[in-house]
Design a protein. Structure first.
Length: 364
């Protein structure tokens, strides 16, 4: 599996130069060179923004260190840690054996003794091998020690449905981790929020799981030159609107925005929110939007059964039921292992035409 993953990731890294990794929806969001050049700041790909945030925090705090397979001189499966081993040395950027349970446990122990470790899963699916360490230790030791220990650990890595990576490499594990007490979860979707969330996660005293999408690493954006840190508990208003609230995150943000263009042409005015914080939800931002639009559509790449959308639906019904004029609609991936065949793979994931149809049905 590991040699397979390296081959796959190498092929994707090589294709970055051609831009083939970017989805059509993401490409549609790209700025023209003229408009981008006129803005302040500097342009980075998403994986470079993650690395810049990580490097800034390693410069700022000598306690920050990185554990994982191939994170050192290879530079990480998707080059997020490229060049860091040469700059900081093998003790702060530690290449580990293929033993997720062991090096995740080592990171928890390091955090207990005062370090601020970052664990990279070469693929989020591999971290299932470390689930006991993440759940029973990382999430609970602050409580079970009576507050004697804090576990300032970041667990991050690529996930989501890629380009024919097969079922084992296309997992979305948000729903697996959301039930663990004591951890926070965030999902980045742009270079700007990738860097800001990375820095915030490293500075947090809580364990944080940072989800990255394998198809967004090549997304380019101009970000500020000055330092910034985002909140781990705030959603992002992507597009204000009046008719329906669309809640989404990660790669589906771009499918939603592609659908929004069609909806606007049809006379609808959708409000789009990137929830970003998967645990806890930003119910303040979400609630204010629902009080305005009175309709909710949730679009996710996570599985339908027990997914983020299911939890979000429950939270909205519990807190804002009286403001709803229609039943909440949730578009999720199908509850099947992701097929290898490209056409079948696409069928398992929500596509923009489905979003358009769902909004039209909601707004009848």
């Amino acid at each position: 599996i590991r040699s397979e993953a390296r081959t796959i990731s190498g092929a994707i890294n090589g294709s970055r130069k051609t831009g083939k990794v970017i989805t059509k929806a993401v490409a549609a969001q790209a700025e023209s060179p003229a408009s981008a050049a006129s803005k302040p700041g500097h342009e980075l790909l998403l994986f470079e923004a993650l690395r810049e945030g990580l490097e800034e925090e390693m410069d700022r705090d000598p306690r920050v260190c990185v554990f994982g397979e191939d994170v050192g001189h290879y530079g990480g499966s998707y080059k997020v840690t490229k060049g860091l081993a040469e700059k900081y040395g093998d003790l702060r950027v530690l290449d580990t054996p293929i033993a997720e349970n062991s090096f995740t446990g080592m990171a928890v122990g390091a955090a207990m003794t005062g370090l601020r470790p970052i664990v990279e899963g070469m693929n989020m699916g591999f971290l299932l091998l470390a689930f006991n360490q993440i759940s029973d230790n990382c999430g609970m030791l602050h409580y079970t020690s009576g507050g004697q220990f804090t576990i300032p650990t970041v667990i991050r890595g690529p996930g989501g449905v890629g380009r024919q990576l097969g079922a084992e490499h296309s997992q979305r594990l948000e729903s697996y981790f959301q039930s663990i007490p004591g951890i926070q979860m965030v999902a980045c979707s742009t270079p700007y929020n990738a860097k800001g969330l990375m820095k915030a996660a490293i500075r947090s005293e809580n364990p944080v799981v940072l989800f990255e999408h394998v198809l967004l690493y090549n997304l380019k954006e101009r970000i500020p030159d000055e330092e910034y840190v985002l909140s781990l508990e705030e959603a992002e208003m992507v597009r204000p609107g009046e008719h329906v609230t669309i809640l989404t995150y990660s790669r589906m943000r771009y499918h939603v925005m592609q659908a929004a263009k069609t909806l606007v042409n049809k006379g609808y005015d959708p409000e789009v929110i990137d929830i970003r914080s998967l645990k806890p939800f930003d119910l303040y931002t979400i609630g204010n939007s629902i009080k305005k639009t009175h309709r909710v559509l949730i679009v996710e790449e996570c599985m339908r059964t027990g997914g983020i959308g299911a939890s979000l639906t429950a939270a909205i019904n519990e807190n804002f039921h009286d403001y709803l004029d229609a039943q909440i609609v949730c578009l999720s991936s199908q509850d099947v292992p992701t097929p290898y065949a490209g056409t079948l793979e696409e069928w398992t994931v929500v596509q923009p035409p489905q979003i358009v149809a769902a909004v039209e049905q909601l707004c009848k």
